[in-house]
Design a protein around this ligand. Sequence first.
Ligand code: ATP
Length: 271
Amino acid sequence: MDFSSVDRTIADLETCLKTTREVSPTEELLVGVDLGTAFIVLVVMNSKKEPVACAMEFAQVIKDGLVVDYIGAMTVVKRLKAQLEERLGRELERAAIAVPPGTGESDCKTHGYVVEGAGMEVTNLLDEPTAANAVLGVEDGVIVDIGGGTTGLSILEKGKVVYVADEATGGTHLSLVLSGAYKVSFEEAEEIKRDYGRHKEIFAAVRPVIQKMATIVKGHIKGRNIKSVYLVGGTCCLTGMETVFEKELGIPVHKPANPFLVTPMGIALSS
Ligand code: ATP
């Protein structure tokens, strides 16, 4: 699969963390809210499906896909919404949201209440790997979304999701391992992990956890004729993740240049 156009659009979206593309006062805007274990991200796209603005904040208000601090989550979404409205000179009225695969109905509702409480009507609720596929456009294969708390996966056949799963191992677990290995706080371990310059150095310490993530995926795709795997989610930014997966699964593994913003963008595209 050629990721060059995906990579270009994601790079464009990354730019929109700092810059804002002009929008007309009447243009329809697509808004996505990603309530993650590690980050809350708001993405705004224009009617041509081009990124126009993006804002994010590190927040520990969601755990394994569940809202554990409702007021905290709502406050962050409100703050990010206000920032983007100020930058765009427009009110953001509607948004799509996504949850990890298999999230129960009442927890889905809570995600919705957070966004509604922040002043936006929820237009769509989808699972995270399906949102990612709005960007990737995978017809056959498995999308693996590794965020802060969980490893989620969606198996696609002829463009349709036929199986979803989500298990509790994500980037937070890598940071906990690093915190122990380097004898630093969790926050410092997060910083070290997100530093691309240190990925090579930390790889041996975090490899067993990555191996576990690959084993989770292997268990779920067992007995199916899967020909390709696509890695998304912030944790997949880790350099070399794909080689561990490829070795464990024995299937070609693809990763866009920046897997972090794929799902948030897909949520906006699905609004
Ligand atoms: P979840 O999907 O589990 O609810 P989330 O939506 O917050 O969580 P993402 O935003 O996709 O998940 O990813 C967050 C994780 O990605 C965090 O653990 C963060 O430390 C990690 N991460 C972000 N950037 C990098 C990087 N450059 N290198 C390694 N890990 C990274």
